[in-house]
Design a protein around this ligand. Structure first.
Ligand SMILES: [Zn+2]
Length: 64
């Protein structure tokens, strides 16, 4: 693998990490507001199974 490929892969990984951190920060804000576990779009409960699968998820299955 040449260095340009390595650089591109690192950049892609950084972008994914940034996106993930943003999602987690948003989930923490919802926790503080008492809105955690509710869909950010329709306000209905997000199923525990869905939260267990991805604890930073912000939409219910219907809105995702
Ligand atoms: Zn929803």
């Amino acid at each position: 693998m040449d260095s340009l490929q390595v650089q591109a892969m690192n950049q892609a990984q950084d972008a994914r990490r940034t996106t993930e951190l943003t999602r987690i920060a948003a989930a923490c804000e919802r926790l503080e507001c008492g809105e955690y576990g509710f869909c950010a779009k329709c306000g209905s409960d997000i199923t525990p199974a869905r939260l267990q699968n991805d604890s930073a998820v912000s939409f219910c299955l219907a809105c995702a």
